[in-house]
Design a protein around this ligand. Structure first.
Ligand code: 7RM
Length: 447
């Protein structure tokens, strides 16, 4: 993949470090490629620190939104490091001698903030794991916790659901008494998974913290604090000190009452708020700060209970959360449309037992399809190449048209309902430009 990327106009890349992991033979380009061990083995153990300004750029991480290409979220040195360190210590109650383990991919913001920066700034001892939760069997995580006496464990609902499905009583076989805190991140955790995780892994001893945050926030903003605030199934609960979330209605009026649902915004900046979207500051302003005056808009819907705890419901924009990965429907559509026989496509999310949400694609082709399976595989290949395997549609329905409004907008609400198996409760579709298409979509639906 790297070799291929380099042929597509990455002229600024001078050298590529190649790390030997599996021993497989790899294509080695003597002009550019350099073995990691040839370079790193001869380096000094000491790296002089470079003095940086607190507002110098630290990294760019690309993340999906509702429109167009992913945005490059920019974090800077000072605020990001202050906040990941502060939140790491408080949310995980890390103290000397503890052994912390976060199972995230380091390429995700969770890996950046809570495998690398927060723990390293705190001098924490951490477990680094390369592998999958189900190999050699569904006890892998619990076995690692027992072996290394892990005290804080942080993972995602999709992993919890997969492990729960693979063996309800599997954790019982292991000694998990070292655990003090268990955490969840990345997507809403359903009640069944919350209760199982709390009961089978936390065992009434390690509180479960459901931590809500985003690439853009840099660190956790809403979460219980173990043994300080209470926990409640499916609730990220309270903001950390200094963070001021609020709910607003679509007209931008703040909802002051409890027990209601609204759009989740944050009123004041916090140290690790994104500074810009790389190369396009105006896009940053429009996306996050223009919708509601004086506030940062998260893109999530939320409900606040009578005691003021926040429950995150999910995205209110065209973003699908697949196993904790943010995927913009527009990106998947753009990829599918690269297929030479595709005229138009529309992508929506639907509930998926393990992944949280699955990807459902409606596709219009130019020429009739003779071999549907072959066509689907080709579409999957295009999406894998353009975005990655995580964005592959779970279901592809070939259709002759899409429901549109008179102004030409695709009615995603209808597509979503049909994909969710709720095609019988669509309500009035007579205002569509092409209401007749609805029956065809319902008949061909893949459930
Ligand atoms: C850390 C991360 C952000 C989106 C966010 C939400 C969803 C994240 C939770 C959650 C419910 C949670 N960054 N999300 N945490 N939903 N409960 N505890 O995931 O940029 O990749 O995604 O993820 O929709 O807006 S992210």
């Amino acid at each position: 993949m790297v070799d291929e990327a380099l042929t597509m106009g990455c002229d600024s890349v001078e050298k590529v470090l190649v790390h030997k992991t599996t021993g497989d033979t790899v294509l080695f380009n003597a002009d550019k490629d350099v073995w990691w061990h040839d370079v790193v083995d001869h380096q000094s153990d000491i790296c002089e620190a470079e003095e940086m300004d607190s507002e110098d750029m630290l990294f760019i991480l690309y993340t999906s939104g509702s429109t167009g290409k992913p945005k490059g979220v920019v974090h800077t040195c000072g605020g990001y490091m202050v906040y990941t360190c502060y939140s790491f210590r408080n949310v995980f109650q890390y103290s000397d001698g503890d052994i912390y383990w976060c199972t995230a991919d380091v390429g995700w913001i969770t890996g950046h903030s809570y495998i690398i920066y927060g723990p390293l700034l705190s001098g924490a001892t951490t477990v680094m794991f390369e592998g999958v939760p189900t190999y050699p069997d569904a006890g892998r995580f619990w076995q690692v916790i027992e072996k290394h006496k892990v005290t804080q464990f942080y993972t995602a609902p999709t992993a919890i659901r997969a492990l729960m499905a693979a063996g309800h009583d599997e954790p019982d076989k292991y000694d998990l008494s070292s655990l003090k805190v268990i955490g969840s991140v990345g997507e809403p955790i359903n009640e069944e998974a919350w209760l199982w995780y709390e009961n089978k892994v936390g065992r009434g001893k390690a509180p479960l913290v459901d931590t809500w945050w985003q690439t853009e926030t840099g660190g956790i903003l809403i979460t219980p604090i173990p043994n300080v605030t209470d926990t409640k199934p499916c609730f990220a609960s309270y903001p950390l000190p200094g963070v001021q979330p609020c709910l607003v209605d679509p007209a931008g009026h703040e909802i002051h009452e409890n027990g209601l649902e609204g759009l989740l915004c944050i009123k004041f900046p916090w140290p690790s708020i994104l500074r810009t979207t790389y190369g396009d500051h105006e896009r940053c302003r429009l996306n996050y700060f223009a919708g509601f005056e004086g506030m940062y808009f998260t893109g999530d819907g939320s409900r606040r209970d009578e005691e003021g705890r926040y429950r995150i419901i999910g995205r209110v924009d065209d973003v699908i959360n697949v196993s904790g990965h943010r995927i913009g429907t527009a990106e998947v559509e753009n990829a599918i449309n690269q297929h030479s026989n595709v005229v138009e496509s529309a992508v929506v999310g639907y509930p998926h037992d393990i992944k949280g949400q699955g990807i459902y694609a409606y596709v219009i082709t130019q020429f009739p399809i003779t071999d549907e399976e072959h066509f689907r595989n080709e579409v999957l290949m295009v999406v894998t190449k353009e975005i990655g395997a995580i964005a592959k549609p779970d279901r592809i329905q070939v259709v002759s048209g899409l429901p549109k409004t008179r102004s030409g907008k695709i009615m995603r609400r209808i597509l979503r309902k049909i994909a969710c198996g709720e095609g019988d409760s669509l309500g009035d579709v007579s205002t569509l430009l092409n209401p007749e298409i609805v029956d065809e979509l319902k008949e061909g639906v893949m459930l």
